[in-house]
Design a protein. Structure first.
Length: 288
């Protein structure tokens, strides 16, 4: 009996050690990053648009170039610049269908494609690197006279909201406000909702242990002291409403508005166009 108990003890310790080593390995190698940020093949050779626009290509290193487009209003000087951080798999052609109401009001809008998406090269398999890209793009934009002479607003949708929130915190003195739609509180939180993708539907408690959290939006947003609007649909089937509500509750509510809508995931601009655009306009009212 003693031998059996001793053997069982060693087996238990061995399994615990294997679990710990596996967790460290998964976090160190960022295996979950590859799953969370992977994109389907949406490459295209040439970008064309009916909107007035200008293309940019930012060379990060010898193997990575990021593609961005600045959309401009026709015949009038822009009243402000919106930097759009779009959803995980959205290319610029996918996103531009949302821009007409803003362009008509006189905003110019910039969007870029993350690594491995659209005309951007590289591989999206490291969230720290993707954050560095987002911060670099923002810095480059603020050196562009077309942009640095205008009030700047950040607009993040879905996964893009995590990027927008981090960029907002790092550049509070350079922006007028932040609008988030269909954004989640953290990657471990949304990872639990998609546990089946990781084959962990019965082990959701493991996800915070194995998943890197380089975009803790619920922690970051607490430190932002600029006007914020968080938009979330009660019928969102991609990012559950509770995660948007959690993000709002984590924010500094002195500066934050929570707008509950009834729409599809990140489609509120299509169903509430006037009110949606007015959220941006309100942020510019106090601009000197």
């Amino acid at each position: 009996m003693k031998r059996f108990l001793k053997f069982t003890k060693w087996i238990f310790l061995f399994l615990v050690a294997v679990c710990i080593v596996s967790i460290i390995y998964i976090r160190y190698t960022r295996l979950t990053d590859e799953i969370m940020y992977q994109t389907s093949n949406q490459a295209y050779d040439t970008y064309k648009s009916d909107f007035n626009h200008e293309e940019f290509f930012y060379k990060i290193d010898n193997s990575v170039t990021l593609h961005g487009v600045l959309f401009k209003p026709d015949s009038i000087l822009p009243i402000g610049t919106i930097i759009h951080f779009s959803g995980g798999g959205m290319t610029i052609p996918n996103s531009e269908s949302l821009y007409a109401p803003f362009l008509e009001k006189g905003y110019q809008i910039f969007n870029y494609e993350r690594r491995g998406l659209g005309q951007s090269t590289g591989v999206a398999n490291n969230s720290k690197v993707l954050l560095q890209d987002a911060l670099y793009i923002f810095d480059q934009l603020l050196q562009n006279q077309q942009i640095n002479n205008t009030p700047v607003l950040l607009w993040g949708q879905s996964m893009g909201g995590a990027f927008a929130t981090s960029v907002a915190l790092a550049n509070q003195n350079m922006i007028q406000g932040l609008v988030l739609e269909g954004t989640f509180s953290s990657f471990p939180d949304i990872g639990k909702e998609f546990a089946s993708v990781l084959n962990l539907e019965n082990f959701k408690w493991l996800i915070p242990l194995i998943m890197n959290n380089d975009f803790p939006a619920d922690t970051v947003i607490q430190k932002i002291e600029k006007p914020i609007v968080i938009i979330h649909s009660i019928k969102d089937e991609t990012v559950p409403f509770k995660l948007g509500n959690k993000l709002y509750k984590a924010s500094n509510q002195k500066y934050t508005e929570f707008w509950e809508v009834d729409s599809k995931h990140i489609k509120a601009i299509l169903d509430y166009e006037s009110e949606y655009v007015s959220k941006f306009e309100k942020m510019l009212q106090n601009v000197e």
